[in-house]
Design a binder for this molecule. Sequence first.
Ligand SMILES: Cc1cc2nc3c(=O)[nH]c(=O)nc-3n(C[C@H](O)[C@H](O)[C@H](O)COP(=O)(O)OP(=O)(O)OC[C@H]3O[C@@H](n4cnc5c(N)ncnc54)[C@H](O)[C@@H]3O)c2cc1C
Ligand SMILES: *[C@@H]1O[C@H](CO)[C@@H](O)[C@H](O)[C@H]1NC(C)=O
Ligand SMILES: *[C@@H]1O[C@H](CO)[C@@H](O)[C@H](O)[C@H]1NC(C)=O
Ligand SMILES: *[C@@H]1O[C@H](CO)[C@@H](O)[C@H](O)[C@H]1NC(C)=O
Ligand SMILES: *[C@@H]1O[C@H](CO)[C@@H](O)[C@H](O)[C@H]1NC(C)=O
Ligand SMILES: CC(=O)N[C@H]1CO[C@H](CO)[C@@H](O)[C@@H]1O
Length: 347
Amino acid sequence: MGAKYVVVGSGIIGLYTTYCLIKFAKISADQITVVYEFSSGDQSINYTSPWAGGNFSCISPNDPETLRFDKFTYTNLAKLQEDLGGPTCGLDYRPSTEYWDFIPNEAKINSLKTYLKDMQVIPRSELPHGTAYGIKFTTWDFNCPFFLSNLSGYLKSRGVTFQQKKLTHISQAYLTANTKAVFNCSGIGARTLGGVEDIKVYPTRGQVVVVRAPHIQENMMRWGEDYATYIIPRPYSNNELILGGFLQKDNWTGNTFASETEDIIKRTTALLPKILDRPLDILKVAAGLRPSRHGGVRIELEDAGEDKVLIHNYGASGYGYQAGFGMSFKAVQLLVSYNQNRVKSKL
Ligand SMILES: Cc1cc2nc3c(=O)[nH]c(=O)nc-3n(C[C@H](O)[C@H](O)[C@H](O)COP(=O)(O)OP(=O)(O)OC[C@H]3O[C@@H](n4cnc5c(N)ncnc54)[C@H](O)[C@@H]3O)c2cc1C
Ligand SMILES: *[C@@H]1O[C@H](CO)[C@@H](O)[C@H](O)[C@H]1NC(C)=O
Ligand SMILES: *[C@@H]1O[C@H](CO)[C@@H](O)[C@H](O)[C@H]1NC(C)=O
Ligand SMILES: *[C@@H]1O[C@H](CO)[C@@H](O)[C@H](O)[C@H]1NC(C)=O
Ligand SMILES: *[C@@H]1O[C@H](CO)[C@@H](O)[C@H](O)[C@H]1NC(C)=O
Ligand SMILES: CC(=O)N[C@H]1CO[C@H](CO)[C@@H](O)[C@@H]1O
């Protein structure tokens, strides 16, 4: 019975999708199987989710649909946090400041004003030199590796089956004759997955420096025309602070570079000098590939014949944590309406 619904991928998108199937579509957890090559605790350049900084920020695009995904995620994360047992699950509120070197998109700012907690536009006179706009608000921060492990542990405890299996073709995801729906949440890894390889998918490489900094409990970021500098504390992580970053299109390298580490430290300590109030304690340097897609995320239902469906949910680029809950809600709604229409057409 376990595999009536199959979710391919155990990154943040696969886990949000599984949670939405249980929470909103009221599907019984023991009918769901998550199939993955890599899952929480594993590390690979082809598994992006553990490498994320993990804040809710203004990184995402400004089209109306993404604005809705962000808003859904921001306003519904409190329920998920409660189901997981409170802030120590690795998801909590922290203050944040964002600066731009240019005037940001008006539709985005207007949308944020309808839901961000404690949002304030920073008066011009208080903006750092060279910046044109700034906001302060209360954001969500994820301790990404810990949160992935907590959410998958929760889903397992509800009865979801997790099965490690590298697929070479999407048809292998129909695990049994009983499998009705497959969700494709395969991130970057499956650009090459047999079936319908999507060449619109490409990596946006990032490098981050993880430091121990108990004295920094706030986010700060600055958006330039061609760079992004960000500082993100990881909640309940023994005081880890993420310093970033880079956004390099079409670069597949998982290697890290000392010159980039130096550049990140230079930019982040200029933005928030108090980082240097204590000696810099570097714990780790890491690189990750954001699963980007020309034309934006793909959330689409395909009829796979014989009463089976394939639902795509990928391409979250640099915003899988902050928009992914809304994306997954939509993917699950596609299944719910498909099933309702099928029942109607049989009546
Ligand atoms: C440096 C950096 C900083 C970031 N910061 C943020 C941030 O602050 N906020 C934010 O919201 N986002 C951030 N992101 C983006 C975020 O990490 C991604 O959007 C998100 O992790 C994408 O999740 P995913 O589930 O689509 O992909 P992944 O996490 O890569 O998961 C893909 C899953 O599919 C499985 N899979 C793929 N192919 C196969 C196959 N053939 N067979 C079986 N299984 C397969 C994989 O094993 C894995 O389980 C950042 C990313 C980077 C690199
Ligand atoms: C990552 O995936 C690509 C494309 O499928 C593959 O060529 C590469 O070998 C993988 N890298 C690792 C380290 O698994
Ligand atoms: C998740 O975090 C909560 C809160 O700390 C904790 O009670 C729970 O046991 C954790 N669950 C798992 C599976 O790790
Ligand atoms: C599944 O998603 C990946 C992108 O993550 C895409 O490359 C692939 O074509 C999709 N699989 C199918 C069968 O459409
Ligand atoms: C990828 O990025 C690294 C680090 O910035 C750089 O050294 C390398 O030349 C880039 N590779 C490509 C193919 O752009
Ligand atoms: C900004 C940030 O704090 N962290 C993430 C959120 O902001 C930028 C965008 O993702 C991303 O690059 C960081 O990964």
